[in-house]
Design a protein around this ligand. Structure first.
Ligand code: F6P
Length: 329
């Protein structure tokens, strides 16, 4: 059987580790692997990774020494052409012509939405792997890349805390997460931030200012607020303006971490998760399964319908917000 593997949407640390796992698990089982470059757009352009002999197939050596590398050796994209019915039909015809019988898309909600649509025109097998820093998919406790993104954000916040403490300042640090606040909440808890503003809960500016006054009275010299880019009060800059207008007692600065969170060498946790899920996806294909995503729940690999992974956003553990608050006194 010929299995296609590709990365799509925003890159995430660990996508390479997952690609490596798919390639090696498939080769070990006597299957062939086509590495599709640049996501769905690369599929439409028939842009395939080539081995040392120039064949459009991946060998075990094609994925040597990539487990530790950030980004994706296959490249990624967000394809407008693939969003159309015509694009999906064209992709289905290309898959048939190249005798690709199964696909492992590595990506997030956009990637899986695309895979669901493609299945209307193509009867091959699809088993996805959750590759996104956002941790917003259902069907897995953590997505590949999330742990590394939080690690990167925490390292940055630790540095900002030094300056905040020296200058008796408040920093509002904006992290990624369009629809959910996982990166913000985990970063806040791990970095000892005083507050996290996330899309899942209303941001009460007046209440925050009261709390900041209280913390100042208690002798706090520095404040760090982590703000999700998707928070309804706006990003760090907009929220800072609102806090200043409402009488914030600290002088403040804003920092947007942005795409720095998407790069870098994956943490061991992400490498291990990526390896387990890539292998799980191949096993599921060999078992004849389709329309599913490989995930890990409470330490066990599991398969969830693609539709269910994107029907809702992964719930933020409520306990984390309470802990951030409790630890900030
Ligand atoms: O989905 C991953 C993500 O990094 C989001 O957190 C962020 O909102 C978005 O991608 C940014 O996308 P782009 O790289 O296209 O600007």
């Amino acid at each position: 059987m010929r299995i296609g593997v590709f990365c799509s949407g925003g890159d995430a640390p660990g996508m390479n580790a997952c690609t490596r796992a798919v390639v090696r698990a498939a080769l070990a089982a006597g299957q062939e692997v086509v590495g599709i470059r640049r996501g769905y757009q690369g599929l439409l352009d028939e842009d395939f990774h080539r081995d040392a002999d120039g064949r459009p197939l991946m060998s075990a050596r094609c994925v040597s020494n990539i487990i530790q590398r950030g980004g994706t050796i296959l490249g990624s994209s967000r394809s407008d052409e693939f969003r159309t019915d015509a694009g999906q039909q064209k992709a289905a015809a290309i898959l048939k012509r190249h005798e690709i019988a199964a696909l492992v898309p590595i990506g997030g909600d956009g990637t899986f939405t695309g895979a669901i649509k493609l299945r209307r025109f193509w009867d091959g097998q699809v088993i996805g792997c959750p590759g996104t820093i956002d941790n917003d998919l259902c069907g897995t406790d953590y997505t590949i890349g999330f742990a590394t993104a939080v690690n990167t954000a925490v390292e940055a916040v630790d540095k900002l805390r030094d300056t905040a403490e020296s200058h008796e300042r408040m920093f509002l640090v904006e992290v990624m997460g369009r629809h959910n606040g996982c990166i913000a909440m985990y970063t806040a808890l791990a970095a000892g931030a005083e507050c996290a503003c996330v899309p899942e809960t209303p941001t009460d500016v007046a209440g925050m200012v009261d709390r900041l006054r209280e913390l100042k009275k208690r002798g706090k010299k520095s404040i760090v607020i982590i703000v999700s880019e998707g928070d309804e009060a706006g990003g760090a800059i907009a929220l800072n303006d609102k806090l200043v207008a409402a009488g914030c007692p600290f002088s403040s600065r804003t920092v947007t971490l942005g795409h720095v969170q998407r790069g870098g060498s994956p943490t061991p946790a992400d490498r291990i998760l990526a390896t387990r899920l890539g292998e799980c996806a191949v096993r599921a294909i060999l078992d004849g399964k389709t329309g599913l995503m490989a995930g890990e729940i409470q330490g066990r690999t599991t398969l969830t319908k693609l539709e269910e992974t994107i029907a809702a956003h992964h719930a933020l553990p409520v306990d984390l917000a309470r802990l951030v608050d409790l630890m900030s006194i």
